[in-house]
Design a binder for this molecule. Structure first.
Ligand SMILES: [Zn+2]
Length: 449
């Protein structure tokens, strides 16, 4: 793969080596969010985009799922505030301050700390307390927790501001935590930038898959209209071991909205769809990691979360119809018509499982009355899995549905604050559902903590 846009963190220069990017005469500091003297940052060049399915290069590597290295398929694992990862023997759950290890079989729910005589409280050096040392921040700044190759990884946003809060640095940093919680390593900074506005928002989407972290970010500043400023709105990948520099796979089409974008990793492919801000629709693409090409399957413009890959086949929803599309044969088939379900419930996004498609749905008159329609790969609607009751003041943090595992998780926050508190995350409640013991409608979630 051609070395693409890369950036040197903590350095004022951003060297844009994505192909024939032109030199600009501006003197803006690329790691700052200062205005670029009215000049717009040109998009970097990505890898070639192949639009003719006949030209898609076949893959030869093993396409089956590998627990140690492959993306763990859970909802909530893309974008900010994901709180649960599947480990070898247990689940790892982060409540915003402490990392817990959770074993539903053994009913074990404990802070991940084996220090003798530790009280496991805040600010006593407990191994389970996970907050970057530089700043007193909590789960609000967690951008995700995930498992890869025998370790737990977390991405934190670390704002470091002086006393005046007038200026400082914001860094997105990848951490590695050993399964027993004793070793914590800062693997690398994904990006670091200088800003004069503490409230600069960062939105972010990522997954890990087969040795790489795939990610895109946006620095959002009031009045900002320079789409690619500071490396924003570009899909990158970088090796998980901390080596190498980020590679540019594809600049996100201008005027797209990263928010809500999901990335999927399966076999030799990374799937994604960036939707337009105007109509919330976009094109589905997949990055072929063997050919280093982006392929554009013959799928109409759809909502960015209305598709999912399962075993190399792409399922997508267009209107109220669910389709199955095979990128290899270019064959398309109606899987099921969801019009009847759409009369009963509002239909949301798709989530892939190994043998089913899950469609998020909620009652028209009460968004809190929500759950998943479980749709078999033959198009048959198996059932509706309703979420546990949650209170009006609660904040839904996420639903985690690790494919191929026995449990579904539901996380909500009983902190009735406005969601911006530094303490967000501490009041999380974790529920789980044992799928094998819940065949029928209205399965019962169990509260873990
Ligand atoms: Zn402890």
């Amino acid at each position: 793969m051609k070395k693409s846009l890369f950036f040197i963190v903590f350095c004022a220069m951003l060297l844009c080596a994505c192909g024939d990017t032109q030199e600009t005469e501006t003197t803006w500091k690329a790691d700052s969010l200062a205005d670029n003297n009215g000049k717009l940052t040109p998009p970097p060049n990505g890898v070639p985009i192949i639009t003719d399915p006949d030209q898609f290069q076949p893959v030869t590597e093993d396409q089956s799922y590998h627990f140690e290295t492959d993306w763990q398929n859970y909802l909530g694992k893309t974008g900010s505030n994901s709180f649960l990862a599947v480990g070898e023997d247990s689940y790892y759950y982060y409540n915003g301050v402490f990392l817990y290890v959770f074993d539903p079989k053994e009913k074990r729910y404990a802070k991940l700390c084996n220090k003798p005589e530790c009280t496991h409280e805040i600010n006593v050096g407990c191994n389970a307390e996970l907050r970057p040392a530089e700043s007193n921040i909590t789960g609000q700044n967690l951008f995700g927790i995930f498992y890869y190759n025998k370790n737990i990884y977390l991405i934190f946003e670390i704002p470091v501001f002086g006393d005046s809060d007038a200026e400082g640095h914001v860094t997105l940093r990848l951490y590695r935590i050993s399964p027993d919680g004793t070793e914590r390593t800062a693997v690398r900074d994904l990006v670091s930038f200088y800003t004069t506005e503490k409230e600069t928002a960062v939105s972010y989407t990522f997954i890990q898959h087969r040795g790489y972290l795939y990610y895109a970010y946006v620095f959002q500043k009031e009045g900002q209209n320079d789409f690619y400023m500071g490396g924003s709105n570009v899909l990158y990948r970088v090796p998980m071991d901390g080596s190498g520099e980020p590679e540019c796979i594809m600049p996100i089409p201008e005027d797209s909205d990263l928010t809500g974008t999901k990335l999927y990793g399966e076999g030799s492919y990374i799937y994604f769809c960036f939707s337009n801000r105007t109509d919330c629709m976009g094109e589905v693409y997949r990055f072929n990691t063997e050919s280093d090409q982006v392929e554009k399957p013959d799928i109409p413009r759809i909502g960015n979360s209305l598709f999912c890959p399962i075993s190399g086949t792409i399922y997508y929803q267009d209107g109220n119809v669910l389709y199955r599309y095979d990128p290899v044969t270019n064959e398309r088939k109606v899987l099921t018509d969801l019009s009847g379900e759409a009369k009963k419930r509002k239909l949301g996004y798709l989530v892939p499982n190994t043998d089913a498609i899950l469609l998020y749905a909620w009652e028209y008159d009460d968004m809190r009355d929500s759950g998943f329609l479980e749709i078999g790969l033959d198009g048959r609607i198996k059932r509706y899995i309703q979420h546990p009751d949650w209170e009006e003041n609660d904040i839904l943090v996420g639903v985690e549905y690790p494919a191929g595992t026995e449990y579904m998780f539901f996380i909500c926050n009983d902190d009735s604050g406005d969601g911006t508190s530094d303490q967000m995350g501490i009041g999380n409640t974790l529920y789980y559902l044992e799928l094998s013991k819940s065949d029928g409608e209205n399965p019962r979630f169990i509260q873990a903590n």
